[in-house]
Design a protein. Structure first.
Ligand code: MV4
Length: 452
């Protein structure tokens, strides 16, 4: 097992990794930017070193400085967390070449799954369902138009190197398809350095269903069932839950097993998430694979009892997975509410400044993952998520009630947070009866604005 892990991240996920290290008798060490000098998570680390100015590009994205810090502090592994360098295969390669274990997949597996055209090809081979569309990247426009005619409009143009909604164009006819391919290509070349785009069927009303998987270096992989992340705004998830409500056991088992098979065939070691869209008949279509631990991993931990961060560290150290698929059972229901320092009444305006009041909820089934506290000043340079409330209960109805009580106990001031929005969302009929979809929060906010 590792003796010392350098955490190349900040905030609540840095703290989450520190706690996992403690249980494994690993010494956690941190890097931080000048804006994070007083970051409360640094108090829990054994050592920390400043690697540069506030801007991420000058600190948390500086591969050379992170490697230098790992050398100085005698780390034997580097944990990237989520965001920043976590899905950068070049970083994973530099870690390996510098003699540090990267807590995550090999650069090869990350590359293979990170390219969406290649990932889709691997998925077809593994029997993971994908959208009908072009077999690979678009070589000529006639082929793209031909493919769109076969699958039928609307279609969507996506960048092979894209993700999280960037580089996508919806096309409802041939003219907009040709336009869409040209503009998606340009955007993709500029943003990802790869102009390759592909076309697939566009699904209008869908739910976002994602399967947590984890593999080891001995060819084993299991899935930890799924999360429903349909409650989002502008590709930022707000509420996630596990398991996905209303999905038949046989449909769930089939898609979850197909996701585990995909990462087994990709020889993938570490935690990953296979993202799907689900239509109203419970057909599944894979979107992409996230090759890191995700923000919403705790709801899966709650319902399965598996510590995903600890297991990710164990497999990175070469240990075999400590469980078989048949050991994994779903227990109850869990919901995560992302606490963002944003004002939902003012178009989600980021809220900076010093936190004066911070009251954390408690009681059975309540977990709060946060680095924030009264006296902490939220820097403006990073994303606005300052914590996550994770609520676990025997069933979904109880879980929703528990969320409402916990939210009423939570207090933050003087800044606003997204919590008041959630107490409303959780009482909406379409959420309660699970008839919602990936656009439901945006539609609701839009109708609010129309009323004003
Ligand atoms: C789609 C889609 C509909 N049909 N692909 C958005 C982010 C990226 N991961 C893929 N995305 C989508 N791909 C097809 N064929 C709709 C979306 C989409 C979406 C997906 C998941 C969660 C929220 C979303 C919001 C808008 C669009």
């Amino acid at each position: 097992m590792f003796k010392r892990i350098l955490i190349a991240n900040r905030g609540e996920i840095a703290l989450r990794i520190i706690r996992a290290c403690r249980e494994l008798d690993i010494s956690p060490v941190c890097v931080y930017s000048q804006a994070d000098r007083d970051g409360p998570w640094l108090e829990s680390a054994d050592q920390s070193v400043c690697i540069g100015p506030a801007a991420s590009k000058d600190s948390y994205l500086r591969i050379d400085r992170i490697i230098a810090a790992a050398e100085v502090m005698h780390a034997d592994a580097i944990h990237p967390g989520y965001g920043f360098l976590s899905e950068n295969s070049h970083f994973a390669e530099v870690c390996r070449d510098s003699g540090f274990e990267f807590v995550g997949p090999s650069p090869e597996a990350m590359c293979a799954l990170g390219d969406k055209v290649n990932c889709k090809r691997l998925a077809r081979k593994a029997g993971t369902p994908v959208f009908p569309g072009t077999e690979g990247g678009i070589e000529d426009l006639d082929e793209a138009v031909q493919s769109a005619r076969e699958i039928g409009f609307p279609v969507i143009v996506k960048a092979a190197g894209g993700g999280g909604g960037r580089g996508m164009r919806i096309a409802r006819d041939e003219a907009s398809l040709l336009d869409g391919i040209a503009s998606a290509r340009q955007e993709a070349a500029a943003a990802f350095g790869n102009p390759m785009v592909f076309v697939e069927k566009y699904l209008e009303h869908a739910r976002h269903f994602e399967v947590q998987v984890i593999g080891d270096k001995h060819g084993n992989a299991v899935h930890l069932y799924e999360r429903d992340c349909s409650s989002q705004r502008r590709h930022q998830k707000l509420i996630e839950e596990a398991p996905a409500p209303g999905v038949l056991q046989k449909n769930r088992d089939r898609v979850c097993e197909s996701a585990a098979e995909l990462i087994r065939q990709a020889k993938y070691a570490g935690a990953a998430t296979c993202e799907f869209l689900m239509d109203h008949k419970q057909n599944f279509y894979m979107l992409e694979v996230n090759t890191r631990v995700q923000v919403e991993h705790p709801i899966t931990e709650a319902i399965t009892g598996v510590d995903i961060v600890k297991t990710g560290i164990r497999v990175a150290a070469g240990e075999p997975l400590p469980m078989k698929q048949s050991d994994i059972r779903v227990n109850g229901h869990a919901i995560e509410l992302r606490i963002n320092a944003e004002d939902p009444a003012r178009n989600f305006m980021p809220q900076a400044g010093r936190i004066e009041t911070f009251v954390v909820p408690g009681g059975p089934g309540i977990r709060m993952d946060t680095h924030a506290r009264a006296g902490y000043t939220i820097p403006t340079h990073y994303d606005s998520m300052i914590g996550k409330l994770i609520v676990h209960a025997p069933d979904r109805a109880t879980c929703i009630k528990r969320c409402l009580t916990a939210m009423s106990e939570f207090k933050i001031g003087p800044m606003r947070s997204t919590m008041p929005l959630y107490s409303r969302l959780l009482q909406e009929k379409s959420f309660i009866d699970a008839s919602h979809d990936i656009k439901w929060v945006e539609r609701l906010l839009e109708s609010d604005r129309a009323k004003k």
